[in-house]
Design a protein around this ligand. Sequence first.
Ligand SMILES: Cc1cc2nc3c(=O)[nH]c(=O)nc-3n(C[C@H](O)[C@H](O)[C@H](O)COP(=O)(O)O)c2cc1C
Length: 441
Amino acid sequence: MKQVILAAHFPGVNNHTVWSDPASGSQIDFASFAHLARTAERGKFDFFFLADGQRLREQRGRIHDLDVVGRPDALTVLAALAAVTDHLGLAATINATFNEPYEVARKLATLDHLSGGRAGWNIVTSSDAFTGENFRRGGFLDYSQRYERAEEFLRTAHELWDSWAEEDLVADPVAGTFAAEGAGAFAHHGAQFDIGGHFTVPRSPQRYPLTIQAGDSEEGREFAASTADAIFSRHSTLEAGQAFYRDIKSRLPGHGRSPDSLKILPGVTFALGDTDAEAQENADHIRRQQVSPQTAILLLEQLWNRDLSSYDADGPLPAIDPDVSEDSIIKGRARMHRDPLKTAAEWRALAEAKRLGIRDLIIEVTGRQSFIGSPARVAEEINEFVQTDAADGFILVPHLTPAGLDGFVDKVVPLLQERGVFRAEYETSTLRGHLGLENDL
Ligand SMILES: Cc1cc2nc3c(=O)[nH]c(=O)nc-3n(C[C@H](O)[C@H](O)[C@H](O)COP(=O)(O)O)c2cc1C
């Protein structure tokens, strides 16, 4: 039986996070991060995960409430969490377009030291000019070059982490030698980076922090297959998960890697209840919280690519067609729909057949929870997904901060442990160790 991998995603962006619920706490107080991380560690989770955005997204020229309360710097948060957890992996999303390898490698090596080998890096490549305005790089990296830079970025980071050999920290008082000659020396001359000098951080416990990849394009999949330890995927249904899993795992031998050396972790949501019927009621309630009348219009605008603020959320879909021009109504986020005219036709047909207004339609066509049911049902389904190769585990995205994971940890985790598919105690101390990848370097 395969073992299930579990990670906890801190909520905070998109309308999945219900900030309007009375039980919702601060998105930025350290106490919230600490609560979720400690809960994940109580549940023996593999790691805690922070997404990232380098600029708040805008829609219709406004920062909108779908980005709940901003995006604090992930590595700073994780460094603080390292002090209040002992085993939990700590993974940060860090962009390869708007950063430099030296500073990222240095910060990750530092986190790996501080946490005793628990650092992870989700490498993303978003490269839009809107985000670039916040940086010196200002949008000059063409979309087609995003993985060229990411690949060289990661290769350079590896060179920096390799620049200290394990025995380089000599600390020999008799000889009067602290560091070996040449420790930390590096030189990288490439198309994206031309750097040389000395790396300031001795080899960290994992040597290479765990790397995760989240892009879904052909180039993104190849990048993952060639170098990543895990993929954060959006293929969260059984069939789509299995197809994605087959696709990725079949690429690995071509890169000289074993299929087990890369773990596939879809992001998933859940709704629990004492019975399946109660869970369904909870799920429906959460969906209505996630899609307020205002949010329904915002999400409709992302398909229509038009200002629809004058529309009634309880009324019918617009008679006018989506605007398919290059200009996007949303900035800082990729377009969510590949073929807007086709999708609009499907939504219209569905709205007509089921007599749905805008809000009810949006509730129906966006973001249903992945796992809905009693703890027994959810544990069974999670295990089924893993054993039938739709995933190696999941990144769970709770809808509430900070207590959204409590019920899962208290009720679902023990059932996975009873089945023998999830650890009852941590058996290793590093993040690579938790994922069974410690010998993979
Ligand atoms: C599940 C998932 C989560 C992602 N999370 C982030 C994120 O937190 N921050 C970010 O900048 N990009 C994020 N991305 C974007 C991708 O990592 C990627 O860099 C971007 O989509 C371009 O790559 P692609 O063309 O291969 O998809 C995410 C993508 C996926 C599929």
